[in-house]
Design a protein around this ligand. Structure first.
Ligand code: KIV
Ligand code: ZN
Length: 555
């Protein structure tokens, strides 16, 4: 079947020529409400059992959520029991509101109120669907009839509030499918509910405006929110709440623009679990605020254990490219990106107080409990920077810049042949193979020096292709003496091996290496060619002698 765009129609814009939201910026965190245990749960092929819901509830409390939609208590025994256990076992801290969802129907409202008896703080969230398609297709009712459902539900709830003595109760109304509803009608029905509940600035009503199915671009949702904020009566007696889904993959954008448009509160789930393409991902919105220097008032400083709880309880997984939480989102394989990250991180070491400005990393991975070792990973796309970073980060091997240029392509070739990602340990093994383990043709047997009047004399016993060779040389230091000794050497018909030391670096190795030091030496031979060598020994002088032999062995 050919695709047929004529089957669809554009979404009508909201008439709001003087819209204000595009000129605003976000300055503070909204109120957050997690709907993981309700909307998220409703989306699962196998809904969570009570113990999974309890585990996820306490993880949400630990993150700092103060409003948690815990379920749909009238929908099933599991849901009702879960609510009762939260209340009877006093699992909710005193400052956490237990939110419950209910349709505007008497039997359901009855059971919902019953489920809340004894709660400290409760939000009763009533909804009915309001869009033209829902009115026509699902209910076959007129606007007035749909409004009557909402008014009736609001009254039924109000009449039962006396049963919740000792519970601080807030009321929430959602015109479900708000984003598909005419704004004028959404206002009319919401105001009708307000007329029943009589909210005040001291006891405001939460008006939740769901993007139940994302049907338009996020700017349209922002227009709808701003239109309501500007036109609804008694705005100061309302908490305007956003509830976006992600059908067009812009749930986060719609929420962010909705906040610019004047909303106060955001509903969503961890990592965006929810029906179809999911609910709004609260973690992303919170960390997006954080990366702009705004305290999100939620704690996501250790995401990995939270991901574990989420995956265990919901059976869902967090994909590797998921913003902030995915396994690969702080990882660079590309050489030029690794180089930039390495430079950015090095700059930060010298200016830890400066604002975060590391190329390719939107936030410091450590802030959410991610390790730097996962930032740079090496495959055939990687360059010298990544290779050097891993050797240094994991083994304290600090290759001189110029040596990185030599070893980078060698490692890259080997990785390319393997055709997969390599670990730091594998890179170290490649380095050892290329430099440290080079003992042919020259192998050190012993190196002794004596010093007289500022002149160092060395006596070196070597094997050249397993044949003993001795050299004696003099200079102003042990290495100069060694270079001099090679110049005078008579071996295998050759007289004198000439080279000079053009670069030298050394440092202690981390204790785990069982060796005290590593030396890196670059030699330049008479044909003008340069080669690096490296040597490891408990004695720094011997490490540098070994490095010279390593360079000669590679010549
Ligand atoms: O998406 C939605 O509209 C809902 C409502 C019940 C708030 O989940
Ligand atoms: Zn929803």
């Amino acid at each position: 079947m050919p695709m047929n765009p004529k089957k669809y129609r554009p979404f009508p814009p909201v008439a709001l020529p003087d819209r204000q939201w595009p000129n605003r910026i976000l300055t503070h965190a909204p109120r957050w409400c997690s709907v993981d245990l309700r909307d998220g749960n409703q989306a699962l092929a196998v809904p969570m059992n009570v113990s999974q819901k309890l585990e996820l509830f306490s993880a949400l409390v630990k993150c700092g959520f103060k409003e948690i939609e815990v379920g749909f208590p009238s929908a099933s025994n599991t849901e009702f029991t879960f609510n009762r256990r939260l209340i009877e076992e006093k699992r909710a801290p005193d400052d956490v509101w237990l939110q419950v969802l209910v349709q505007a129907r008497e039997d359901l409202i009855e059971r919902t109120v019953e489920s809340l008896v004894g709660a400290k703080k409760a939000i009763i969230h009533m909804y009915n669907s309001t869009s033209p398609a829902q009115r026509r297709v699902v209910f076959g009712k007129s606007k007035d009839e749909i409004k009557a459902i909402a008014i009736n539900g609001a009254k039924l709830i109000k009449e039962r509030l006396h049963r919740l003595k000792g519970t601080e109760v807030r009321l929430q109304y959602s015109p479900e499918s708000f984003s598909g509803t005419e704004v004028e009608y959404a206002k009319e029905i919401s105001e009708a509910v307000m007329d029943v509940w009589q909210p005040t600035p001291e006891r405001p009503m939460i008006l939740n405006l769901p993007d139940t199915v994302e049907v338009a671009m996020p700017n349209v949702y922002a227009d709808q929110i701003e239109w309501i904020c500007r036109n609804i009566k008694n705005r100061d007696s309302l908490v305007i709440s956003l509830h976006t889904h992600n059908d067009r993959s812009t749930g986060v954008a719609a929420t962010e623009l909705g906040l610019l448009a004047g909303a106060d509160r955001v509903e969503g789930t961890l990592f965006g679990n929810g029906e179809r393409t999911g609910n709004l991902d609260l973690v992303t919105v919170a960390l997006n605020l954080y990366m702009h220097g705004i305290d999100p008032k939620l704690k996501f400083s250790n995401l990995s254990p939270l991901i574990d709880v989420y995956e265990r309880c919901t059976g869902m997984t967090v994909p590797p490219r998921h913003p902030y939480a995915g396994e690969l989102v702080f990882t660079a394989f590309s050489g030029s990106h690794q180089d930039a990250i390495k430079k950015g991180l090095a700059e930060r070491e010298n200016t830890p107080e400066a604002h975060w400005d590391v190329p390719y990393l939107t936030i410091d991975p450590a802030d959410i409990g991610r390790e730097y070792r996962e930032v740079i990973r090496v495959n055939s796309q990687s360059g010298k920077g990544g290779v050097a970073y891993l050797l240094e980060a994991e083994f304290g091997i600090e290759l001189p810049k110029d040596m990185q240029r030599e070893f980078g392509p060698i490692a890259n070739d080997a990785v390319d042949k393997l055709g997969r990602e390599v670990s730091g340990a594998e890179l170290k093994a490649m380095f050892w193979h290329e430099y440290i383990d080079r003992i042919s043709p020259w192998q050190l047997q012993s190196f002794d020096t004596e010093s007289k009047n500022g002149v160092v004399k060395c006596h070196v016993k070597l094997l050249r292709d397993h044949h003993p060779v001795e050299i004696i040389g003099e200079g102003n230091g042990p290495l100069a003496a060694l270079v001099h000794g090679f110049r005078k050497i008579h071996t295998f018909g050759r007289v004198g091996i000439r080279f000079e030391i053009s670069n030298y670096a050394e440092h202690a190795l981390s204790s785990g290496e069982g060796a005290a030091a590593i030396a890196y030496i670059q030699i330049k031979t008479t044909d003008g060619k340069s080669r690096w060598g490296a040597g490891v020994d408990t004695h720094i002088e011997l490490a540098s002698v070994r490095a010279v032999l390593s360079a000669l062995n590679r010549s």
